[in-house]
Design a protein around this ligand. Structure first.
Ligand code: SF4
Length: 505
């Protein structure tokens, strides 16, 4: 798979060109960590959840429909063979073309890597920046991964390749509001949910173009689009496709796929559609429950109720847990996925003995390194907290419905560091020194006086679907709060051309 990170970028025709401001490193950090934490006012709930979630009943139906393996003639349907067959239709694209004009437009729109803005300049000088009282430490892996960059690039290329045609996308291209807004402005139609909770494809006509997002689409959606003779631009990240192959292999060998993921997440719905029998566990606790059931049996009714929304139709825990395989949503915490894999393997070993293990358990490494690298980089930042160079607070930038960003936020919260997750600069009120931010468990809160007076060290990271421009805009507001005379960072061409880690498959 070709990396999407190959194109040279220059920052940033569409951004303001402010007057010069300071940069580079500095010193004079005063002790104020405790003050920074205690200056936070009590949090006020702004909204239960700003991100729209499907109702559990409709999402369950979507999941079940997606996983239907019955062909039109009633015969068994082979998802992998079907997806391969799309290649020969002449109406299917799954690779970027590296069209230079599309790449230029991405630069102009600020939907790629920063090569001249603050983030690029920070990266070039050791992932650090000092602006007056604010000492910024950028995580060494942050922001756009190559899979996301590749998907956005393919969407831009599709717009240029089909200039007069109606262009649809089955979901957000990636979990970032500004990038999705750019596509809307380019007249890309987002397919809405219908009354039954599924997508309403009634507006998609024969011969039109439909983009599948980076986290994929269910095989049933692909079948529908193929039947409608549309041109499909499939931007599914190859790492996600790798998981689909894993669950398909498990289905072929009669194994149930235990998927570590969130059952209502689009990627997991798509993965389930390529699996045979499946069960989705969201964390180690649920996996332990399943393993206890395997070892000792249990309350069948309770089991079925617990996983009501997260299992294939007709799931039978007595039968379907005898042969299992492990799979994952690519954005889950790597350590937890590994722990669940080991737990399942150990359970099968204890239950059936070493001689049968290879027939009872399947696993393949499908964890996306880009996600893990971003998590490791945050652990490194928060790990310095008790040292003189440590950070006072974390700033996490990323879409509020981005699973990998929620895990970055989770790390700061777990370590007891004030951590502020925003999806755009608009969440920060400069005049009032107020921020509206999301907590890892989903609550949206508003904090006043969130930036304390005096020197502060800020750890900064961003989710894998966050363009660097979003981080630069957020930091611009931070600097303006701390210094009302701040006028902006002057862009400067740097040697930075691609993502911070995670660019190779
Ligand atoms: S986070 Fe990983 S799986 Fe997701 S799009 Fe990026 S490279 Fe692909």
């Amino acid at each position: 798979m070709q990396s999407a990170a190959c194109a040279t970028r220059s920052w940033l025709a569409g951004s303001p060109a402010p007057a010069p401001a300071g940069g580079s490193s500095g010193s004079g950090r005063a002790p104020r960590r405790a003050a920074a934490a205690t200056r936070r006012l009590p949090l006020r709930v702004a909204a239960a959840a700003e991100v729209q979630q499907p109702s559990s009943s409709s999402a369950k139906e979507v999941l079940e429909r997606a996983a239907d393996r019955t062909g039109a003639d009633g015969a068994a349907f082979d998802p992998r063979a079907f997806r391969r067959s799309l290649n020969s239709t002449g109406r299917y694209t799954r690779k970027p073309s590296n069209d230079p004009d599309s790449l230029s437009l991405m630069e102009e729109h600020g939907v790629g890597y920063s090569t001249a803005g603050l983030v690029a300049q920070m990266r070039e000088q050791g992932y650090a920046w000092r602006q007056g009282d604010v000492n910024v430490k950028l995580a060494e892996a942050y922001g756009f991964c190559w899979g996301v960059e590749r998907a956005v690039q393919m969407a831009y290329e599709a717009r240029r390749a089909y200039p007069g045609q109606r262009l649809h996308i089955t979901n957000e291209i990636i979990h970032n509001p500004s990038v999705n807004q750019r596509l809307k402005e380019m007249d890309v139609q987002f397919i809405d949910e219908g009354a039954d909770g599924g997508k309403d494809f009634s507006g998609v006509k024969e011969g039109e173009v439909v983009i599948l997002p980076a986290f994929g689409a269910s095989v049933q959606e692909m079948r529908l689009l193929n039947d409608r003779n549309v041109q499909i631009v499939d931007t599914t990240c190859p790492w996600v496709s790798k998981v689909w192959n894993a669950v398909d292999n498990q289905a072929r060998k009669g194994h149930t796929s235990i998927i570590h993921g969130k059952w209502a997440h689009e990627e997991t719905i798509a993965t389930a559609s390529f699996a045979g029998t499946y069960l989705i566990v969201k964390d180690l606790k649920e996996a332990q429950y399943v393993c206890d059931y395997i070892m000792h049996g249990g309350d069948r009714a309770e089991f079925l109720a617990k996983f009501e929304n997260a299992m294939s139709a007709g799931f039978d825990p007595e039968q379907d847990l005898q042969r299992i395989g492990m799979a994952n949503q690519t954005t889950m915490l790597k350590g937890e996925t590994e722990a669940i894999g080991k737990l399942l393997e150990k359970t099968q070993l204890q239950k059936y003995g070493p001689g049968e293990l290879s027939q009872r358990f399947m696993i393949m490494d499908t964890i996306c390194d880009a996600t893990q690298e971003r998590q490791d980089a945050v652990y490194k930042l928060v790990g310095q907290q008790s040292t003189p160079e440590g950070i006072d607070m974390m700033l996490v930038v990323g879409g509020f419905n981005s699973s990998n960003t929620s895990h970055l936020q989770e790390i700061g919260e777990m370590k007891g560091i004030p951590s502020f997750w925003v999806d755009s600069a608009a969440r920060i009120d400069v005049g009032a020194n107020k921020v509206t931010h999301k907590l890892a468990h989903g609550e949206l809160v508003e904090t006043e006086n969130w930036l304390p007076e005096g020197p502060i060290t800020l750890g900064v990271t961003s989710g894998a679907s966050t363009p660097d421009k979003a981080v630069e805009d957020v930091l611009d507001r931070v600097f303006r709060i701390k210094d009302p005379s701040f006028t902006g960072i002057t862009p400067r061409k740097t040697s930075v051309q691609k993502a911070a880690h995670g660019e190779e498959e």
